[in-house]
Design a protein around this ligand. Structure first.
Ligand code: NAG
Ligand code: NAG
Ligand code: NAG
Ligand code: NAG
Ligand code: NAG
Ligand code: NAG
Ligand code: NAG
Ligand code: NAG
Ligand code: NAG
Ligand code: NAG
Length: 354
């Protein structure tokens, strides 16, 4: 009798699991690239930013601050009340036509854990038990052991949308939302949201679903050979890149052009980055000559260098121009800096190579 009873209980449990966790459906991802993505975490308990940072293994707290439009001075023990939503930045990889977080976060199993608790409660339903089992090759969900590391596959995508590079944002739908409202809030269209999320009608939208919302990013000059390509920064947010030595932010009001500067002021291991051949002209500097604006823009980084490019833009009023107003010449530039991003970092690389 007892084994039957057990089986019955586990079937009931399984049904309960699949009915409460139907919303974490994977996002389509057909590209072969990796990219950055965002997902909403609705914290189940009172917690702090640094605890969230640790749980999701975000590379640094600055990334969370930037994604959430929080000031740089926010302390790491900043309290996050239960039910508050925090946007989590993470690296995305496409795998078998769906996008998942790239080998992170790794969650370490603690005594008393079981997969349903980890999926539904600790990670607030951003993944399903089945998805955790799949990527970690766990055949039997009850067989996990204390100390075991589990890769938690968060939903994401790297696909272009309507021919544009976008940042895919896993938006947790609040009760009472409409597809139109969300589209308007995030400056996209109803039809794009329906198509991306495989919804046949706006009425299919359900509270707590994780909706794939494409966020337009500022245009940048980052080369496709750079480690941070494509650097996708949506309106109102900022990121730190090039080993935290460059800070970039995006403002729609600024023509959707990414603005980057050296973070030497807040990190003394970073140095100002000079635009090559440009005396006293550094990354982020702008100068005017008549109505031509010259900017030293960020072009990516590699092991040794932070790359820049000189941007020229005409701000002439239409009448006085020869038809080039508002256009932006991306000069072939240019600059390979002998200046090292960071000596200690290179030393480590050198030791590693030896
Ligand atoms: C890819 O996904 C399909 C459908 O979800 C599945 O049947 C197939 O086994 C997967 N292939 C790999 C290599 O994971
Ligand atoms: C997570 O674990 C996997 C497999 O154990 C490993 O390949 C990966 O590098 C780890 N990721 C992080 C961010 O520690
Ligand atoms: C939230 O609190 C409950 C009850 O104290 C606990 O079971 C659960 O693990 C906590 N969740 C997280 C993510 O800490
Ligand atoms: C999973 O493991 C548990 C505990 O060892 C065992 O009782 C159960 O029969 C296993 N289930 C399957 C489907 O193998
Ligand atoms: C996005 O915003 C711009 C300016 O606010 C507006 O002109 C445009 O129509 C919006 N796009 C969509 C798809 O709503
Ligand atoms: C889209 O939804 C339909 C049913 O609504 C389903 O049959 C199909 O597999 C879904 N496609 C994807 C890519 O999820
Ligand atoms: C990278 O950019 C160069 C020139 O800008 C282009 O020729 C090349 O096809 C691009 N490569 C990829 C993989 O997109
Ligand atoms: C960009 O963000 C600002 C606030 O950060 C907001 O006022 C503005 O409406 C946003 N613009 C678009 C087009 O999303
Ligand atoms: C400061 O810059 C160094 C070198 O790039 C980097 O390793 C470190 O993480 C940065 N520190 C902070 C607090 O951003
Ligand atoms: C140019 O950039 C440097 C380094 O970031 C900065 O210290 C300086 O104030 C900037 N100059 C102007 C005129 O913006």
């Amino acid at each position: 009798m007892l084994p039957h009873f057990r089986r019955l209980v586990s079937i009931i449990l399984l049904l309960a699991i699949s009915s409460t966790l139907t919303f974490a459906q994977p996002f389509r991802c057909t590209s072969t690239a990796t990219c950055d993505a965002l997902v909403d975490y609705v914290s189940p308990n009172d917690t702090t930013l640094s605890a969230i940072n640790t749980l999701f293994q975000v590379k640094n707290l600055l990334s969370i601050l930037g994604a959430n439009k929080l000031p740089l001075s926010t302390p790491s023990n900043f309290p996050v009340a239960a039910k508050r939503t925090i946007k989590i930045p993470f690296p995305c990889i496409c795998n078998n036509l769906t996008g998942i977080s790239n080998r992170q976060p790794n969650y370490t199993v603690v005594p008393g854990d079981y997969l349903y608790h980890i999926a539904a409660e600790v990670f607030a339903g951003l993944v399903t038990v089945q998805q955790i089992q799949e990527v970690n090759n766990i055949a039997n969900a009850s067989l996990i052991s204390v100390g075991q590391k589990l890769w938690i596959p968060l939903p994401c995508s790297c696909d272009d949308v309507d021919g544009q590079k976008v940042l895919h944002y896993g938006y947790v739908v609040p009760a009472g939302s409409s597809v139109e409202g969300i589209a308007q809030q995030y400056n996209t269209s109803r039809d794009t949201l329906l198509r991306l999320n495989n919804l046949t009608s706006p009425n299919d939208l359900k509270a707590d679903a994780i909706l794939d919302v494409p966020l337009r990013a500022c245009s940048s000059e980052v080369r496709n050979t750079s480690q941070d390509y494509p650097l996708l920064v949506p309106n109102g947010t900022y990121v730190f890149t090039a080993n935290n030595c460059v800070r970039c932010n995006c403002e729609a009001a600024n023509n959707w052009i990414l603005q980057c500067e050296s973070s030497s002021l807040i990190n003394s291991s970073c140095r100002p980055v000079q635009c090559e051949g440009q005396e006293n002209f550094y990354l982020g500097n702008t100068s005017f000559s008549g109505c031509n604006r010259r900017t030293c823009a960020y072009a990516g980084y590699n092991l040794q260098n932070i790359l820049t490019t000189l941007d020229l833009q005409s701000t002439c009023p239409a009448s006085s121009s020869i038809g080039l107003q508002g256009s932006r010449w991306n000069f072939l530039l240019i600059s390979i800096h002998v200046m090292l991003i960071c000596l200690p970092f290179l030393k480590r690389v050198a030791i590693f190579l030896m």
